[in-house]
Design a protein around this ligand. Structure first.
Ligand code: 5AD
Length: 350
C-alpha cells in the first residue's frame, strides 16, 4: 500500500484488494502519508490556491423523489421557494463585488425553470459578467437542452452520479430514475464541451468499501473535470432519516484517493464535509481538495435548501463570510484565489 501511495503512476489504481484495505485502514501513519502525497499532487497542478465558487441555490422545487434528499417532491415539510431572475442577478452582483468569478446555479429539477428560462439566465449572467464562469447544476435534461445552455454560454455542469453501481442506484432512487440516463446525461455534457463534474455521497445507505473502490475505478474511466463528494447526512423527512451519516475519515480518504487518481481534478471540500466537522473544510483541503463553494443565496431562502439536516450555511460557508474563509485557509498555508479557476488538465478526450 505504502509503495503505491509514494509512487502512484499518474492515474493508476492499486489492485482491488489493496484499494479496499486502504479505504478501510485507520493506520494514522499510513493516512498521513496518503494526505501528504495528495497535497503534493494538487500543488504540482494548482499550487496552494483555493478556488471559490459562488453558489446560488435558486429553486428548491423538485420533480424528483430521491430517497436521501430533503427537497424531494413528496416532502411536504419543505417550504418551497424560487428566486426570480432579478434576485439571481442581485446575488451574482453581490458575489462579483465580493470577488467571485464563478457562479454556480444550483436547483432542484424545477419545471418552471425550463430550458428557455435557464437559457435566459445564462445569457444575462454572461452578458453582465463576461469574465465569470457560469456553472449549471439543475439535474437531468435532454441533450438538446444541454446544447442550448452551452450555446448560451454555460461553461460547466455539475451532476453527481451518486453511485457507480446501477443496483445501488436503484436503492437510492425511485424506479423512474435510472443510472443509465444519468450516464447518458454525463456523456452528453462532456461531448458538448462542458467542464463536467460528477460525484457521489460517502456512506450512503447500502454502500460498502467495495462500492467505494468501484467509484474510484469509475472516475478513472470517466475522467470528469470536477468531482463533488461529501458524506451522506440523514434528513429527518426522508426514508433514510434513521440511517447513519458518512464519516469524516472515510470522506477524507476518498478525497485523497480521487486526487491521486485524477491529479488535475477540481475537487471541492463540500458543504456536507463542513457540516459534519467544524474544521471539515480545512481537513478537506489538507487531503487534496482545492475548491470551496460558499453560499450566495439570500439568507431567508438559504435555510430552506435543506438537502440534509443541520446543513451549514453561515460563517465561511456563506459568501459574506469570505474574510473568515480566507483567514482559515491562510492558517493552514493556502490562499483563496481571485481567478475563475478553470480545469488545468490536458485536453480531455471524450
Ligand atoms: N446527504 C448528503 N448529500 C446529499 N445530497 C442530497 N441529499 C443529501 C444528503 N442527505 C447531495 C446529492 C446531490 C447533491 C446536490 O447533494 O449528492 O447530488
Amino acid at each position: 500500500m505504502r509503495e503505491w501511495i509514494e509512487q502512484p503512476a499518474a492515474g493508476d489504481l492499486p489492485p482491488e484488494k489493496e484499494l479496499i484495505n486502504l479505504l478501510l485502514t485507520e493506520d494514522e501513519e499510513l493516512l498521513s502519508c496518503l494526505y501528504a502525497r495528495a497535497r503534493r499532487m494538487r500543488e504540482e497542478h494548482y499550487g496552494r490556491k483555493v478556488y471559490i465558487r459562488g453558489l446560488i441555490e435558486f429553486t428548491n422545487f423538485c420533480r424528483n423523489n430521491c430517497y436521501y434528499c430533503g427537497i424531494r417532491r413528496d416532502n411536504k415539510q419543505t417550504e418551497r421557494y424560487r428566486l426570480s431572475e432579478q434576485q439571481i442577478m442581485e446575488c451574482a452582483q453581490e458575489g462579483y463585488f465580493l470577488g467571485f468569478r464563478t457562479f454556480v446555479l444550483q436547483g432542484g429539477e424545477d419545471p418552471w425553470y425550463n430550458t428557455e428560462r435557464v437559457e435566459r439566465l445564462v445569457r444575462m449572467l454572461k452578458e453582465h459578467f463576461p469574465d465569470c464562469a457560469v456553472t449549471l447544476s439543475v439535474g437531468e435534461c435532454s441533450r438538446e437542452t444541454y446544447r442550448r445552455w452551452r450555446e448560451a454560454g454555460a461553461d460547466r455542469y455539475l451532476l453527481r452520479h451518486e453511485t457507480a453501481d446501477p443496483g445501488h442506484y436503484g436503492m437510492l432512487h425511485p424506479p423512474e430514475l435510472s443510472w443509465e440516463n444519468r450516464m447518458r446525461c454525463l456523456n452528453d455534457l462532456k461531448e458538448l464541451g462542458y467542464q463536467v463534474g460528477c460525484g457521489f455521497m460517502v456512506g450512503s445507505p447500502g454502500q460498502t468499501a467495495a462500492h467505494l473502490a468501484r467509484e474510484l475505478r469509475f472516475l478513472k474511466e470517466f475522467r470528469p473535470h470536477m468531482v463533488g463528494l461529501g458524506p451522506f447526512i440523514p434528513q429527518k423527512d426522508t426514508k433514510f432519516a434513521q440511517e447513519t451519516a458518512g464519516t469524516l475519515s472515510m470522506t477524507l480518504k476518498c478525497l485523497a484517493l480521487v486526487r491521486l487518481i485524477l491529479p488535475d481534478v477540481l475537487l471541492p471540500a463540500t458543504t456536507a464535509l463542513g457540516t459534519i466537522a467544524g474544521n471539515g473544510t480545512e481537513l478537506g483541503i489538507l487531503a487534496g481538495a482545492n475548491v470551496v463553494m460558499p453560499n450566495l443565496t439570500p439568507a431567508e431562502e438559504r435555510r430552506k435548501y435543506t438537502l440534509y439536516d443541520h446543513k451549514a450555511c453561515t460563517g465561511s460557508e456563506a459568501a459574506e463570510g469570505l474574510a473568515e474563509l480566507k483567514g482559515r485557509m491562510e492558517k493552514i498555508g493556502y490562499y483563496v484565489s481571485a481567478e475563475r479557476g478553470d480545469w488545468k488538465g490536458e485536453k480531455n478526450d471524450v
